[in-house]
Write a protein that binds this ligand. Structure first.
Ligand code: PBG
Length: 328
């Protein structure tokens, strides 16, 4: 009987050894915490399909942001839930719109100690729920929409956002926003492009959270087909050419191959968005006793980093940061 000379298990013998040779690490600074702020709210409202997540009021947003900063989180990503919606989504560029007010509050409260990322899209602001303005046939008018994204970006930058994150998947949106920002004197405001964003069922709970489900049709005419990976390379290269400072793949857990592929073609910071449905799945399974939530969340985040993401946008950010501080 011959025994193996190669024994990878030697390095798995103790927790201290495993920790020493671990290839992938996550820290709180890599995590980005999405937050919803609701206009007119006086107290936080829990989101039904995302237990533990809230539509914040301006005051509770500040408290949650303090919690995130205390936990060492890298950044917050803001979404607005406006009181008024119209066909163009004009609250998105109103200087008194809810996200602009939230950005100003956070900037005032934290100075430059908090990175503020503003999601840039129209679906939370349009009465029809699509990510842009509609043509007569119900499809989204790409070129009219990106002009509005640029206006919203300028309003967000003016309010104090460090980073604008266009999520609408319109062609040319990064270039339009870069041009708009530069023309308004915001050449230092960065762009995190949702480059490979798929038309995914995993956004279900988000549409509850931001009250933005399309009233008619779906988003397949602008978001990517889940069957495609080569197209994610094309989308990412276009965004980089147009001036993206960071790029993103979304969702995360169902797109680990996409994360790996995009990692191979760029050295820009790469984010992956672990979306609302992924959060809901992990939490529901843990609640049903399928596994321990902490172990499941940390394993998922590790897998996303291992696939090649530098940054992870996750609703578990604050909790995960606390777990990371105490786990080995
Ligand atoms: C669009 C937007 C969506 C999400 C982020 N930005 C919804 C969509 O595209 O339908 C989803 C995020 C999540 O599910 O956590 N503004």
């Amino acid at each position: 009987m011959s025994f193996p000379a190669e024994r990878p298990r030697r390095l798995r013998r103790t927790l201290a050894l495993r920790r020493l040779v671990r290839e992938t690490r996550i820290s709180a600074a890599d995590l980005i915490c999405p937050m919803f702020v609701r206009e007119g709210g006086t107290s936080p409202v829990e989101i039904g399909s995302m237990p533990g997540q809230y539509q914040e009021s301006l005051d509770s947003l500040v408290r949650s942001a303090h919690d995130a900063v205390d936990a060492g989180i890298g950044a917050v990503l803001l979404f607005g839930v406006p009181a008024r919606k119209d066909s163009k989504g004009s609250e998105a560029w109103n200087s008194e719109g809810i996200v602009q007010r939230a950005i100003r509050r956070l900037r005032q409260e934290f100075g430059n100690d908090l990175v503020i990322i503003a999601d840039n899209c129209l679906d939370e602001y349009t009465d029809h729920g699509h990510c842009g303005v509609l043509l007569a046939d119900g499809s989204v008018d790409n070129d009219a929409t990106i002009e509005l994204y640029a206006r919203a970006a300028v309003a967000q930058a003016h309010a104090g956002a460090d980073v604008i994150a266009p999520s609408g998947m319109m062609d040319g949106q990064v270039a339009a926003i870069r041009e708009g920002l530069d023309a308004a004197g915001f050449s230092d405001t960065a762009i995190l492009a949702y480059s490979a964003k798929f038309a995914s069922v995993m956004y279900g709970p988000f549409r509850d959270a931001a009250d933005c489900a399309p009233k008619q049709g779906d988003r397949r005419g602008y978001q990517m087909d889940v069957a495609n990976v080569r197209e994610s390379v094309r989308e990412t290269l276009l965004d980089i050419e147009e001036g993206a400072d960071m790029v993103m793949v979304k969702p995360a857990l169902t797109c680990l191959d996409v994360v790996a592929r995009v990692r191979d073609i760029t050295d820009l910071p790469l984010a992956a968005y672990c979306v609302s449905g992924e959060y809901a799945m992990l939490h529901a399974a843990a609640t049903a006793g399928a596994f321990d939530l902490q172990a499941a969340v940390l394993e998922s985040l590790t897998a996303i980093r291992r696939a090649g993401a530098d940054l992870i946008i996750t609703y578990d950010a604050r909790q995960a940061a606390r777990w990371l501080a105490t786990s080995l």
